[in-house]
Design a protein around this ligand. Structure first.
Ligand SMILES: *Cc1c(COP(=O)(O)O)cnc(C)c1O
Length: 411
């Protein structure tokens, strides 16, 4: 007897897949563009500048601290809110770097990476009939979280101009409605590399107050900001601490993306809401990594500064090399990524960034991600960024140099 569950009983997940752009018109699913490009890079021997994880692991002394913790018996469930020393270190970090004042007992929550904090926050605060506003382009998990919540996803564009990608403040006024429950931000921004200015943050803050919305802000690249750009947490704007959940993690800051130690900070009642969902997703995790990250936050400023300087140099190398190859790079103010306009390389056979990104690994041996993958299918922003490709500079210098040598053959 066949005992398969019938399809309509198991299709709830399709809403999430559709929001993440993974459903074809005929209802079949495909892998994410990240998985597709990584597989293509492996198959063709291409250098993978698509997925943004570092070549080099984070500081040895931080990794040693986790080894010590495992040897020392830190191997059972940590508390649901996180170990006290890490919550204290996060509160101290927010005070030292951003002037925020937080009670580690009630206003800090440790999570399984920033991703869990983001998804738990959206699930806690938005549901069917509610709108969640994000920037567009957006990080893929932001759209998936809104879909999991059954909420409606609305967006405000970041528009490319002489000053890089900037918030369309006029569009913001129309994008926010009384049904907007959450404004889900990300700055420094993946994929564009934009760091929102104080004026842009003030516009977003005013919109949040007008709509009586909670701001959830993804600040995982808070320390990876270059030149004169300054990262301003929106929670530090007047009146915003009360309505903001600030999220970050150790992954990008310490080049330890596989450890998945993240945190959410904010007023106790909002942290409580995130906790209510989080405790039934993972409850807790990463026991030996938590004390190691506490030490990294307390004593790792020099390592973070060295990483930032090294990334700034690799950004310069990649930006200059892409220009040389005929790709017009938009100089990023932060993050791991450069977006570059490939218009000069497009042909009737390769009419947009998505087609070019799929052709480049076999043609020249370099993988990238089309920026349209970070947009809603068919949106005006998706059209605006259609010729753009995203490349990461979180790789070794020699890897970047070889990728650029290969890309120069395009000319
Ligand atoms: C990498 C990344 C994350 C994921 O953070 P984790 O701590 O690994 O969960 C979240 N947001 C953005 C914008 C990212 O680039």
């Amino acid at each position: 007897m066949r005992a398969e569950v019938s399809e309509p009983r198991v299709e709830r997940w399709r809403a999430v897949a559709a929001a993440a752009g993974l459903l074809d018109a005929d209802g079949t699913t495909r892998p994410t563009i990240f998985a597709e490009m990584t597989a293509l890079a492996a198959r063709t021997g291409a250098i993978n500048l698509g997925q943004g994880f570092p070549d080099a692991d984070g500081p040895a002394w931080v990794r040693e601290a986790a080894v010590e913790a495992i040897r020392g018996g830190v191997n059972q469930y940590p508390p649901g809110r996180g170990v006290p020393e890490l919550r204290r270190a996060v509160a101290d970090h927010q005070a030292r770097h951003h002037g925020m004042s937080l009670d580690p007992a009630t206003e800090v929550l440790v999570t399984a990476g920033a991703t869990e904090a983001l998804t738990a926050a959206v699930l806690a605060l938005a549901g069917p009939g509610d709108e969640v506003l994000t920037l567009e382009p957006f990080y893929d998990s932001h759209a998936a979280a809104v879909a999991l919540a059954g909420a409606t996803h609305t967006t405000v564009p970041l528009v490319r101009g002489p000053e890089g990608f900037r918030l369309d403040v006029t569009a913001l006024a129309n994008a926010v409605s009384p049904r907007t429950r959450v404004i889900l931000l990300n700055s420094p921004h993946n994929p564009t590399g934009a760091v929102l200015t104080r004026a842009e943050l003030e516009a977003l803050a005013a919109a949040a107050v007008r709509a009586d919305a909670v701001v959830v802000t993804d600040e995982v690249y808070e320390h990876l900001v270059y030149d004169d750009a300054a990262h301003v947490p929106i929670a530090t704007l007047p009146g915003m601490a009360e309505r903001t959940i600030t999220i970050s993690s150790a992954g990008k800051t310490f080049s330890l993306t596989g450890w998945k130690i993240g945190w959410a900070t904010g007023p106790a009642h909002l942290v409580e809401a995130v906790l209510a969902v989080k405790q039934f997703l993972t409850y807790s995790g990463g026991a030996p990594f938590q004390p190691a990250i506490a030490r990294a936050l307390e004593r790792g400023d020099a390592d973070v500064a060295a990483l930032r300087d090294s990334l700034a140099q690799r950004r310069d190398l990649l930006v200059a090399g892409l220009e040389d190859a005929g790709l017009a790079a938009v100089r990023p103010e932060g993050t791991y990524f450069v977006c570059a306009d490939a218009s000069a390389l497009l042909t009737p056979d390769l009419p947009d960034g998505a087609a070019l990104a799929r052709a480049l690994p076999a043609a020249v041996g370099v993988a990238s991600i089309p920026v349209s993958a970070f947009c809603r299918a068919g949106s005006p922003t998706a059209s605006a960024v259609a010729p753009l490709l995203r490349f990461t500079f979180s790789k070794d210098r020699s890897t970047l140099e070889e990728a650029l040598r290969r890309l120069r053959t395009l000319r």
